[in-house]
Design a protein around this ligand. Structure first.
Ligand SMILES: Nc1ncnc2c1ncn2[C@@H]1O[C@H](COP(=O)(O)OP(=O)(O)OP(=O)(O)O)[C@@H](O)[C@H]1O
Ligand SMILES: [Mg+2]
Length: 247
């Protein structure tokens, strides 16, 4: 079954791209291709012009489920990638780097707790720190805030925006939350139904200093309206796809 077809997408260095689209259209498949966990049947995935042929440490990933190791403290969870990815840092430097990231996301003082002693939102913050601790150039986020309540999620948008600004990373976010895409991204891409291609792209984004209130400006409201319309078009393609599958 073809999942992605004729899909072309470019993400500028240090930009933030959000990808939205109907359930099952191939968003997670796209992230696995970019991360080098899957190989495309045809076409190329290029990172700085070089083909991606397998997983690499310069691409970090964070998922809906934080999957922290329960037997390790929070700081030891965050430091983990630095124990795996080759680097010249001493143990003290690794802990210092982890400590700085944890402080940045508001988890200063929770370093020695176990994951089960933290709330879902706090665990997700820790997992974002772990995804960034080895300074990847690219961070892929597959619905990282999907399992959180609305207020915690909005709080984490702000955290994510801070991390993105401080760490100078290129981000690709998969989300079903259109407000999240508009709040965080410089570019929002709507994928069509399966087999997915880029159906619609909106460039722009909010200012460097952004607040939740910015989502209620006329420009943001118009964009949200357009994105909703585009998703409906993308979903409208699904019945035709189901017929295609059975043939
Ligand atoms: N391991 C797999 N083996 C076979 N088919 C798969 C596999 N994983 C996903 N698929 C199929 O690929 C299609 C795309 O799946 P994918 O998980 O990429 O969708 P998605 O856009 O991330 O969906 P959602 O929004 O629900 O997370 C689906 O139709 C699914 O049936
Ligand atoms: Mg998915």
């Amino acid at each position: 079954m073809p999942v992605l077809e004729d899909l072309s997408l470019a993400c500028a260095d240090q930009s933030f791209t959000a990808v939205v689209g109907p359930s099952g259209c191939g968003k997670s498949t796209l992230t696995r291709l970019i991360a080098g966990l899957l190989r495309p049947d045809s076409g190329d995935i290029l990172l700085h012009g070089e083909p991606v042929l397998g997983p690499r440490s310069s691409v970090g990933m964070a998922f809906q489920n934080p999957v922290l190791l329960e037997w390790r403290t929070i700081i030891d969870n965050v430091t983990l990638p630095l124990e795996i990815v080759p680097n010249d840092l001493s143990r003290a430097e690794r802990r210092q780097r982890s400590h700085e990231l944890l402080s940045l996301v508001g988890l200063g003082g929770f370093e020695d707790k176990r994951p089960s002693e933290l709330s879902g939102g706090m665990r997700q913050r820790a997992s974002l720190c772990r995804a960034l601790v080895h300074r990847p150039e690219v961070l892929i986020l597959d619905e990282p805030f999907g399992a959180l309540d609305a207020f915690t999620r909005e709080d984490l948008w702000q955290t994510m925006h801070t991390l993105r600004s401080e760490e100078n990373i290129t981000c690709l976010l998969i989300t079903h939350d259109l407000r999240e895409s508009v709040f965080l991204a410089d570019k929002v891409v709507v994928l069509s139904g399966r087999p997915a291609h880029v159906q619609f792209t909106a460039e722009g984004g909010l200012g460097a200093e952004r607040r939740l209130d910015d989502l209620y400006t006329p420009e943001a409201t118009d964009l949200l309206h357009e994105l909703r319309h585009q998703i409906e078009i993308a979903q409208g393609r699904s019945p035709a796809d189901e017929q295609g599958e059975s043939s």
